[in-house]
Design a protein around this ligand. Structure first.
Ligand code: SRM
Ligand code: SF4
Length: 570
């Protein structure tokens, strides 16, 4: 298994940490046992990501602690691996319990259909991860230089095709899961298996150069934003059956302010495959990236840069060489929307699903809106399952018609029904976590979103646009965790209270937006948007979205290509 270094530059430090780690063990066990600090050893902070956790500190009190000469208030974020975002009521109840006993009393639903717990102390880390595993969920590969949580449209009760796609999602997640026993030894006290030579058959000892993300989607819904993934599979249906998938590669969102060598990129469509080829195609895409991805510069190490540098034709030829066959031409696909469809939907089996709006995915009790408690009560009586959406919302799925009234009553009692009456702008908006836990945040996102939306709602209402569904996404830095470069309006944090404003995405996740204003504060944001709202109200064409309008009328530059055009450099 070769790991080609495409440049003569030295390998990045993380590569050395991985190489020395004995398949992700490092000194994690020793770090966890060290009573003198709430932190773990610096090299272990890289390795623990592969186990589904990040060391963080409370940034709200960082300065105060520094002045008191105390170490930062260290704690850990834990992220689950949850293919397609599906969990049982029992698993929900276990996570709810862990959130209240060992974390900060909230559950965070992420933009990749997973759960996050925040604020777990080092002393509670092992028992929390063990508690998650006791529910038959795990956290392995939720972070780190490996394939992350695999996404798919979250509502398999809706059609046979969705059910099939969910099964492929689980299989793909399992297939690309690291095979090291380190996770089970460190967190679950399982014995080292004597005499067995351990290996990582897909990844090798240094795993991938960088994180890797995959999703499967059933058109016309593009709620997973398939073109933002390193690897995407688009289901092709004939008479309702999945006959194969179009393969897309090389998407990604992350960028760095002021560094034009980094940029968001939409994935390229490279061909069509039959269902039984999915796992080998995925494995070989991963292996091409393993062997040719840049291991010297982590800002240039995603698959999108490998493809951008070497060309998509090179990539396809390298992939086909490994597969031993050529891909068929991609089939035509049409996407209509990348948002969630809120409210009640009856499935093909007669059972109901309810898609609930959860602002920024934060499940918490806030005054009269008792989401955490309300959903706990629902989980106690619910006989179907829960499905986390890629847009930070939640589906209570598989509700028998006779059970619906009880669930409705619980949601009403806990003030959740009222939150569902929010404006389309609010319900469709995404915000990443940002402050106070995210080490990389430059500005607020989740905590700022509610107020910002309120201000925008007032401006929209002044132009009779209060019912418009405009896709707003905000992140605390240019890494793009809420996939902002696909939004109609995006704010990307630059400094406290200051953002870059991007405009011109579509509602289908197929066009990158453009930088419109740089480094502006709240007044600047409102001043920039106000005349555009007025013009949109006045001059839009029937059915035209806000993003399409800003492009058509030349407020933002027209797209070069709808896919694969690295134009929204942050
Ligand atoms: Fe992310 C890093 C949160 C989805 C691109 N992301 C982080 C970290 C771990 C910060 C860090 O490295 O110290 C954030 C933890 C914050 C916290 O306190 O919880 C973080 N990312 C999130 C979540 C929780 C955002 C959310 O509000 O839901 C999402 C968790 C998803 C999951 O369950 O796995 C999350 N991150 C994404 C996405 C969206 C997606 O995957 O569809 C992206 C853009 C797509 C992509 O990867 O290109 C994304 N996160 C990044 C990047 C930029 C990567 C790059 O290629 O440049 C970083 C920074 C990094 O890796 O160095 C990052
Ligand atoms: Fe943190 Fe930036 Fe991701 Fe937001 S976009 S969670 S600020 S890394």
């Amino acid at each position: 298994m070769s790991t080609k270094n495409p440049t003569t530059s030295p390998l990045s430090e993380v590569e050395h940490i991985k190489a020395r780690s004995r398949l992700l063990r490092g000194t994690l066990a020793e770090s966890l046992a060290d009573p003198l600090t709430g932190a773990i050893a610096p090299a272990d902070t890289q390795l623990i990501k592969f186990h589904g956790s990040y060391q963080q500190d409370d940034r709200d009190i960082r300065e105060e602690r520094r002045q008191q000469k105390l170490e930062p208030a260290y704690s850990f974020m834990i992220r689950t691996r949850l293919p397609g975002g599906v969990c049982t009521p029992k698993q929900w109840l276990a996570l709810d319990e862990l959130a209240r006993t060992h974390a900060n009393g909230t559950l965070r639903l992420t933009t990749r259909q997973a759960f996050q717990l925040h604020g777990v102390l080092k002393t509670d880390l092992k028992r929390t991860i063990a508690g998650i595993n006791a529910t038959l969920l795990d956290t392995i590969a939720a972070c780190g230089d490996v394939n992350r949580n695999v996404m798919c449209n979250p509502n398999p009760v809706e059609s046979r095709a969705h059910e099939v796609v969910h099964q492929w999602t689980v299989r793909l997640s399992e297939h690309l899961r690291p095979k090291t026993r380190a996770y089970y030894e460190i967190w679950l006290d399982q014995e080292k298996v004597a005499g067995v030579e351990e290996e990582e058959p897909i990844y090798g000892p240094t795993y991938l150069p960088r994180k890797f993300k995959a999703a499967i989607v059933v058109p016309p819904l593009n709620d997973v934003d398939v073109y933002s993934q390193d690897l995407g599979f688009i289901a092709i249906l004939e008479a309702g059956e999945v006959v194969g998938f179009n393969v897309v590669v090389g998407g990604g969102m992350g960028a760095t302010h002021g560094d034009n060598a980094t940029f968001p990129r939409l994935a390229d469509e490279i061909g069509f495959i039959r269902p039984e080829q999915l796992l080998e195609v995925a494995e070989n895409v991963v292996k091409v990236q393993r062997d040719f991805g840049d291991r010297t510069n982590r800002k240039h190490a995603r698959l999108k840069y490998t493809i951008e540098d070497r060309g998509i034709a090179w990539f396809v030829s390298e992939l086909e060489k490994r597969l031993g066959y050529t891909l068929q031409p991609a089939r035509p696909v049409v996407f209509e929307h990348n948002g969630d469809r809120f409210g009640w939907i009856q499935g093909h089996d007669g059972r109901w699903s309810l898609t609930l709006f959860i602002e920024s995915g934060r499940v918490a009790d806030r005054e009269e809106h008792r989401l955490l408690t309300g959903l706990r009560e629902v989980a106690r009586v619910h006989k179907g399952d829960f499905r986390l959406t890629p847009n930070q919302n939640l589906i209570i799925a598989g509700i028998a018609p006779e059970d619906r009234p009880a669930i409705e009553a619980l949601l009403e009692t806990h003030g959740i029904t009222r939150t569902q009456r929010a404006s389309p702008l609010r319900k469709n908006a995404l915000a990443c976590v940002a402050l106070p836990t995210c080490a990389l945040a430059m500005a607020e996102a989740e905590r700022y979103l509610p107020d910002l939306v309120g201000l925008l709602e007032t401006r929209l209402a002044a132009h009779g646009l209060e019912k418009e569904n405009i896709l707003l996404r905000i992140t605390g830095c240019p890494n793009g965790c809420a996939r902002p470069y696909l939004a109609e309006i995006a704010l990307v944090g630059k400094a406290p209270g200051r953002y870059n404003l991007f405009l011109g995405g579509d509602k289908r996740g197929q066009r990158l937006n453009r930088l419109y204003r740089e480094n502006i504060d709240e007044a600047g944001i409102l001043a920039a948007l106000e005349p555009l709202f007025a013009a949109y109200a006045r001059d839009r064409q029937p059915g035209e979205g806000f993003g399409d309008f800003t492009v058509r009328t030349g407020h933002v530059a027209p797209p070069g290509a709808e896919r694969g055009a690295p134009t929204a450099r942050a």
